[in-house]
Design a protein around this ligand. Structure first.
Ligand code: AMP
Ligand code: MG
Length: 397
């Protein structure tokens, strides 16, 4: 049996980002660039008005001295005629400054009457003009290889005329749920059957970690059928199998994976819930056997599989996401394992998250899970932790 850190290192160490692919900006959201991205244009691309008003020659403007209005420059419209001595062009915010003009008189600072405009305030050269290239020059690098395409970056790239970028492709994750006892959510109850929830969690948690998911549904506990489905599931980057990795007579997953040439890296981790977690590899494909108990499956997804997916998706050094908090009451690891205590979180007056472990704890306690926000983690070997101890929290949003 592996300690948590040892098992995590066996999964994550040496995991390299997958190759890049070209994507439209929207499809690239949240993903990692494989190449720098440069602006296609100067920004602004031309001298533009920052205000609604009149394009003028600053030197001509005197309070009370009318200027003849030659025409109208609308945003996106063709360039209006040149402004010369004693003239002005009506201009909208964002429109190109006409030739000859070097400033904008705001509409609020002008009296307008048939065909002329009389300034009520002076202007200086450059007033209310956004100059070409004052923000970005064509060719300036706006985002680097390895950067995550956050919303701020995407907005900036769209403004810079970038339509497509190269990003790490999404890991392809196959999910197979095993168990003859499983009913789909919402089906009528049947004797001896329970409702299936792990498939839903694996699909949602994998998608949140950047994977594209191929769902194989539920397979009954039959070695031949299991072999067929798992064989199909091995052509992706990651295969996740729920259930069937224990030692019962109906647990077929391990021998089937072995027969399919998947090499075991470890089986069993010193965590609770989640101990029977199985991990192996075939070539570059990572294979996880999640224990069937719903809480064990969730912990396995959050602690092992989501970080692995994020690394494959290009996030170097991705690791389980823990927040710091403190225990509201005494708790500790049990069975000498790092223990994930189902907990409700509450923000204390000092801003720190406080974890209240629920009364019921156990890998099958899905009711308790429903009144919780995640888990507080009592590390293996720590012994009993008094109320107020700082601990890691795993939030499941
Ligand atoms: P297993 O790992 O297959 O031995 O399953 C361990 C326990 O989890 C058993 O009580 C199963 O009935 C239950 N279980 C297995 N798969 C699921 C699932 N997909 N959803 C909910 N419970 C499950
Ligand atoms: Mg089973």
């Amino acid at each position: 049996m592996k300690d948590l850190d040892e098992a995590l290192a066996l999964v994550l160490d040496g995991l390299e980002p997958l190759e890049g692919e070209r994507e439209q900006l929207q499809a690239a959201a949240g993903r990692v660039l494989t190449a720098p991205v440069a602006s296609a244009v100067d920004l602004p691309p031309f001298d533009r008005s920052a205000m609604d008003g009149f394009a003028v020659r600053a030197a001509d403007v005197a309070v009370g001295a009318p200027l003849t209005v030659l025409g109208d420059a609308a945003a996106g419209g063709p360039l209006a005629g040149a402004v010369d001595a004693g003239t002005a062009v009506r201009i909208s915010t964002g429109a190109e400054i006409p030739r000859g003009a070097d400033a904008v008189l705001r509409v609020e600072d002008a009296d307008v009457s048939n065909g002329s405009v009389t300034p009520t305030a002076g202007v200086v050269s450059g007033l209310h003009v956004r100059f070409r290239g004052e923000d970005v020059h064509a060719g300036d690098v706006l985002a680097q290889r390895g950067d995550v395409l956050t919303l701020t970056r995407l907005s900036s790239l769209a403004s810079a005329g970038v339509g497509e970028v190269s990003v790490v492709r999404r890991p392809r994750l196959h999910v197979v749920v095993t168990g003859s006892e499983l009913l789909p959510a919402g089906a009528p109850p049947e004797p001896g059957k329970i409702y299936e929830s792990n498939g839903l969690m694996v699909r949602l948690m994998a998608a949140r970690a950047g994977a594209s998911v191929i769902d194989h549904g539920v397979v009954v506990d039959d070695p031949r059928l299991t072999r067929g489905v798992l064989g199909d599931g091995l052509d992706g980057d990651v295969l996740v199998v729920s259930g069937g990795v224990s030692v019962g007579p109906h647990d077929h997953v391990k021998p089937v994976l072995e027969a399919l040439g998947v090499e075991e890296v470890f089986w069993r981790v010193r965590i609770k819930p989640g101990k029977p977690l199985w991990f192996g590899r075939r070539g570059r494909t990572l294979v996880f056997g999640l224990p069937g108990n719903p809480l064990s499956a969730i912990v396995g997804m959050a602690v092992f599989i989501q970080p692995a997916l994020r690394r494959l998706a290009g996030e170097l050094g991705a690791a389980p996401v823990f927040e710091r908090g403190r225990l509201a009451e005494q708790a500790g690891p049990s069975d000498g394992r790092t223990t994930f205590l189902i907990s409700r979180f509450e923000r204390a007056d000092d801003g720190v998250l406080v974890a209240h472990p629920t009364e019921r704890q156990g890998s099958h306690m899905t009711g308790a899970l429903g009144s919780s926000d995640g888990f507080a983690i009592a590390p293996h070997g720590s012994g009993p932790l008094p109320a107020g101890t700082e601990v890691d929290l795993l939030r499941l949003g």
